[in-house]
Design a protein around this ligand. Structure first.
Ligand code: NAD
Length: 484
C-alpha cells in the first residue's frame, strides 16, 4: 500500500472461465505496485445464475456495490436460454452507468496490426437507444423495438465525451449517428453534439454517419481520436475497433456513472482456454489502470501501465500474441504477471510514457441544462391496426368511422405509404398504421381520439397501438412515411 494513502474500498468479482486466473494476476500486480485498496469480494456469474438468480447477481453483492461504488469485474459466462438476464446490462442500468469508455490502441510492432498508428477511444452511451428493451409483437407477423434517445441522456454523454477528451489530452471528438434516416432520434443526438461542442472551442469536432464511420474505423482508424455514439452503434463499432487493434485480449473498458465506476476487460470468459494457465491478464490489468485513475491513484496507475508497456516492448508475450522474430519469450498468465511486477518502476522506451493525475472521482460534468419550453400542440393520432385484407378494403372499413375534425391523412405499412396514391407493388404485412390529423389548426382533444377509436372498434377493427402526434413550436414531433 502507498504510504499515507487511505485505502479505497472496491468490490471485486472473479467471474468465470479465465476470470479467476486473470483477476488473481491483476490483484497481485495492484498489490505489488502499492495500490491502496480495501477489497470486498462478491460472487457473480454462472454459479449464481444456476442457483436460480436470473440476473446473475445476489442481493448481498448489490450491498457491496452500493457501499464501495467501484467495481473491478472479471468476465463471466452467460448461460444460454432459460430466461437469464445479462448481468452487464442489469448492473449498468441499476447503477446508472451512462458511459462506456473503451480505448482501442495498436501496439505495433509487438502486436500484429495493419494500423500501427491507431489510438482511439470509443465513448458509448450506455443506457438508452434500443437497449431499453421495449419491444412489442404488434401482430402475427410484425415485431417492433423502440429506440429511445433523450435530451438529458444525450447531453450527459456529450459532456462526458468532451470532458474526457480535455482531461486526457485528446484533440478531436467525432460523433457518429444515422440522422439521415432517423431524423428525430439520431437527429437529436447529432444536434446536442453540436450544441455541447460549442462549450469546447479547444476541441476539434466532426460528425459521421455510422456506416461510413465504421468503415473508416476498420480501414483508417488513425483518423480518429475520441468517438462518441449511441448504445447500439457503440456496441458494434467498439468490437470492430478492438479487432482492428490486433488483439481483443489487450483491451480494458470502463462503465461510468455519477459517483460509480465499473472496470473490466473487453474480452469474455474464454472457456476454451480456462484452466490452462495461458490466459493473457492484460485486458483486466488495463481495466484496473482505468480504475486507479478513477479513484485518484494516478501514480500507481502510471506505474502499472508503464511496466505493462515495457513488458510488451521487451517481447514477453502470451501465446495469442506471440510471434517468432518479434516476441522474445512465451509466457502464461503467471509468467506475464511476474514480468509486469519485475518492471514496476520502469518506463517504456518506444511507446509514450503514461502519466496520470492523482484526481479522484472521475470527471465532474456541468449540470444538464434546463430544456427550453416549446409549445406543444396535439394535431393528430397514429393508430395501428391488424388487417389481413387489401388496402382498399381497409380504407372502405375506416372511412365511415371518420366523422369529425380528425380526417384520415395517410395509411402506411412497414413505414411506407400505401394510401392515398400507393404503389400496387408495395408488399403489405398484417400490421398497418393509420394517420388521422386535424383539418384545421385546432388542438385535438383526447375525447375526439377516443370517439374515433370507439367507432373503429364498433366497425370490428383490431387495434395494436396508438401514438399521439404533436408539434413543438410548430415543428412536427413525428416523421412522414416513406413516399408521403
Ligand atoms: P471470449 O472473448 O471469451 O473469447 C474469444 C476468443 O478470444 C477465444 O478464442 C478466447 O480463447 C480468446 N481470448 C479471450 N480472452 C483472452 C485472453 N485474455 N487471453 C487469451 N485469449 C483470450 O468470447 P466468447 O468465446 O464469445 O465468449 C465466452 C463467454 O464470455 C460467453 O459466455 C460470453 O457470454 C461471455 N462474455 C462475457 C463478457 C463479460 O463478462 N464482460 C464479455 C464478452 C463475453
Amino acid at each position: 500500500m502507498t504510504q499515507g494513502t487511505k485505502a479505497t474500498p472496491i468490490t471485486v468479482a472473479k467471474g468465470d472461465g479465465i476470470g479467476p486466473a486473470i483477476m488473481d494476476s491483476t490483484l497481485e500486480i495492484l498489490d505489488a505496485a502499492g495500490a491502496a485498496l480495501d477489497i470486498e469480494e462478491i460472487e457473480i456469474g454462472e454459479a449464481v445464475y444456476k442457483s436460480g438468480i436470473k440476473n446473475g447477481i445476489a442481493p448481498e453483492a448489490w450491498e457491496s456495490l452500493e457501499r464501495t461504488r467501484v467495481f473491478l469485474k472479471a468476465p463471466i459466462t452467460t448461460p444460454q436460454g432459460g430466461g437469464f438476464k445479462s448481468l452487464n446490462v442489469t448492473v449498468r442500468k441499476s447503477l446508472g452507468l451512462f458511459a462506456n469508455v473503451r480505448p482501442c490502441v495498436a501496439y505495433h510492432p509487438f502486436v500484429k496490426t495493419n494500423h500501427p498508428d491507431m489510438d482511439l477511444v470509443i465513448i458509448r452511451e450506455n443506457e438508452e437507444d434500443l437497449y431499453g428493451g421495449i419491444e412489442y409483437r404488434q401482430s402475427q407477423d410484425v415485431m417492433a423495438s423502440l429506440k429511445i434517445i433523450s435530451r438529458p441522456g444525450t447531453e450527459r454523454i456529450m459532456r462526458y465525451a468532451f470532458e474526457y477528451a480535455r482531461a486526457n489530452g485528446r484533440k478531436k471528438v467525432t460523433c457518429m449517428s444515422k440522422d439521415n434516416i432517423m431524423k428525430i432520434s439520431d437527429g437529436l443526438f447529432h444536434r446536442v453534439f453540436d450544441e455541447i461542442g460549442e462549450f469546447y472551442p479547444d476541441i476539434e469536432k466532426d460528425h459521421m454517419i455510422i456506416d461510413i464511420g465504421t468503415a473508416k474505423v476498420a480501414n483508417h482508424p488513425e483518423m480518429f481520436d475520441v468517438i462518441v455514439t449511441t448504445n447500439l452503434y457503440g456496441d458494434i463499432i467498439s468490437d470492430v475497433a478492438a479487432e482492428v487493434t490486433g488483439s481483443v485480449g489487450l483491451g480494458g473498458s470502463s462503465n461510468i456513472g455519477e459517483n460509480f465506476g465499473m472496470f473490466e476487460a473487453i474480452h469474455g470468459s474464454a472457456p476454451d482456454i480456462a484452466g490452462k494457465g495461458i490466459a493473457n491478464p492484460s485486458g483486466l490489468v488495463l481495466g484496473s489502470v482505468m480504475m486507479l485513475t478513477h479513484i485518484g491513484q494516478g501514480d500507481v496507475a502510471s506505474k502499472i501501465h508503464n511496466a505493462w508497456l515495457r513488458t510488451l516492448e521487451d517481447g514477453i508475450h502470451t501465446g495469442e500474441i506471440f510471434r517468432e522474430g518479434i516476441s522474445k519469450e512465451k509466457v502464461g498468465t503467471e509468467g506475464m504477471t511476474k514480468a509486469i511486477i519485475e518492471r514496476l518502476g520502469q518506463v517504456p522506451e518506444k511507446f509514450p510514457v503514461k502519466k496520470y493525475p492523482n484526481i479522484a472521482g472521475g470527471l465532474t460534468l456541468p449540470p444538464v441544462r434546463e430544456s427550453k419550453w416549446e409549445a406543444k400542440v396535439r394535431v393528430g393520432v397514429d393508430i395501428g391496426i391488424n388487417w389481413d385484407k387489401t388496402t382498399d378494403d381497409l380504407v372502405a372499413a375506416i372511412l365511415p368511422c371518420v366523422t369529425d375534425n380528425l380526417g384520415l391523412q395517410m395509411i402506411s405499412n412497414r413505414g411506407t405509404k400505401v394510401w392515398p396514391d400507393g404503389n400496387a407493388a408495395t408488399f403489405c404485412s398484417d400490421n398497418w398504421r393509420l394517420r388521422f390529423v386535424t383539418s384545421n389548426d385546432d388542438h385535438i382533444k383526447t375525447s375526439q381520439v377516443v370517439a374515433l377509436m370507439n367507432r373503429m372498434n364498433e366497425a370490428g377493427l383490431n387495434f395494436t397501438k396508438s401514438v399521439m402526434l404533436n408539434t413543438y413550436d410548430g415543428v412536427p414531433g413525428y416523421t412522414v412515411a416513406q413516399g408521403e
